[in-house]
Write a protein that binds this ligand. Structure first.
Ligand SMILES: CCCCC/C=C\C/C=C\CCC/C=C/C(=O)SCCNC(=O)CCNC(=O)[C@H](O)C(C)(C)COP(=O)(O)OP(=O)(O)OC[C@H]1O[C@@H](n2cnc3c(N)ncnc32)[C@H](O)[C@@H]1OP(=O)(O)O
Length: 289
């Protein structure tokens, strides 16, 4: 993995705050530029809040920060579980940063995609029990992030889905396989081909979301669910997860460079760039209204 200079500056900013008593147990807080991390030393559960305004979209630097944090948590023996949520109670994540894909520099575009692959591989293959507390809209890359967790709890009133085809983009095979592995082939066929953005209730009805809980109760519910996952001996749970997820991960690992080439070739096509320009204008105009 290649870390850019800006990313390394972020690591230096990852300050460990002094232990603070919280209730009966101790809690460690930490912050990078765009992530808020609360580590409960007693339960071994880290709550990670995406905190990149305005919509938690993933650009190269943000993905790099997440990858560095994932590596820290993976290496922290006291950490057993991860709850992933957003600090913005309306948007979990707006997906990939569209500006990374518009008029791109090919080298940066390739690094961006490799870093996204890295994030997916580390979250999808994490030894930690992972729960997405989806407290806002979650299109495309936001949906992929939630799909990479072991369990999904979503607040009502929002939408989620792999909507790439609606933007004239082909979702890569590992996006689609992540959906198939959660919802089954038939539901994945329908929602990926049609690029459906589903309401919380629709997503729940096809198994994309495991549980629906009001936004204000979502973290409490995630902590309670985490307790259930952590009742299982870590070693048994981790190896079982690995057994189930390894074939999908191995397919990307075997084709990582080819997948990057496909992405760069596809995104830099004139027709795709033109469509993206129109889409960005629509987003900006909508934001102005
Ligand atoms: C067989 C061969 C196969 C080959 C295949 C090869 C390769 C595959 C190719 C490509 C794969 C790419 C996969 C892409 C994945 C993605 O994630 S693409 C991104 C998709 N995301 C979206 O479409 C979300 C768009 N945004 C929204 O729907 C909404 O903004 C919202 C997130 C629901 C939030 O709505 P709201 O609260 O009303 O906020 P605004 O719309 O007003 O937005 C605020 C500002 O944020 C900017 N923004 C929104 N989303 C993004 C984004 N994704 N990236 C960058 N910026 C974003 C928006 O423009 C506003 O900005 P300004 O305030 O105007 O500056």
């Amino acid at each position: 993995m290649i870390w850019g200079r800006r990313a390394l500056q972020h690591v230096k900013r990852f300050k460990r705050l002094p232990f603070q008593p919280e209730g009966l147990h101790r809690c460690m807080s930490a912050a990078t530029q765009n992530l808020v991390v609360e580590m409960d030393g007693k339960s071994g559960v880290a709550v990670v809040k995406l905190n990149k305004p305005p919509v938690n979209s993933f650009n190269l630097e943000f993905l790099t920060e997440i990858n560095i944090l994932m590596e820290k948590l993976e290496n922290d023996k006291s950490c057993r579980g991860l709850i992933l949520t957003s600090n913005n109670n309306k948007i979990f994540s707006g997906g990939l940063d569209i500006m990374e894909m518009y008029n791109p520099q090919p080298d940066r575009l390739a690094e961006f995609w490799r870093t996204l692959q890295g994030m997916w591989l580390s979250l999808y293959g994490s030894r930690l029990a992972t729960i997405a507390a989806i407290n806002g809209h979650s299109p495309a890359g936001g949906c992929l992030t939630a799909l990479s967790c072991d369990y999904r709890i979503m607040a009502p009133g929002f939408t989620i889905g792999l909507n790439e085809t609606q933007l004239g983009i082909i979702p890569p095979f590992w996006f689609v396989e992540s959906m198939i592995n959660v919802t089954g082939q038939r539901q994945a066929e329908v929602c990926c081909q049609k690029g459906l953005m589903m309401t919380t209730e629709q997503a729940h009805s096809i198994g994309l979301v495991d549980d629906v809980v009001p936004g204000e109760a979502i973290l409490e519910r995630a902590h309670n669910e985490m307790k259930n996952w952590l009742k299982v001996p870590d070693f048994a749970r981790q190896l079982t997860k690995r057994q189930i997820r390894k074939p999908t991960m191995d397919r990307l690992i075997a084709k990582r460079d080819e997948d990057i080439q496909n992405f760069v070739q596809f995104i830099t096509k004139d027709s795709v760039q033109k469509a993206m320009g129109v889409y960005i204008d629509q987003l900006k105009n909508k934001a102005k209204k």
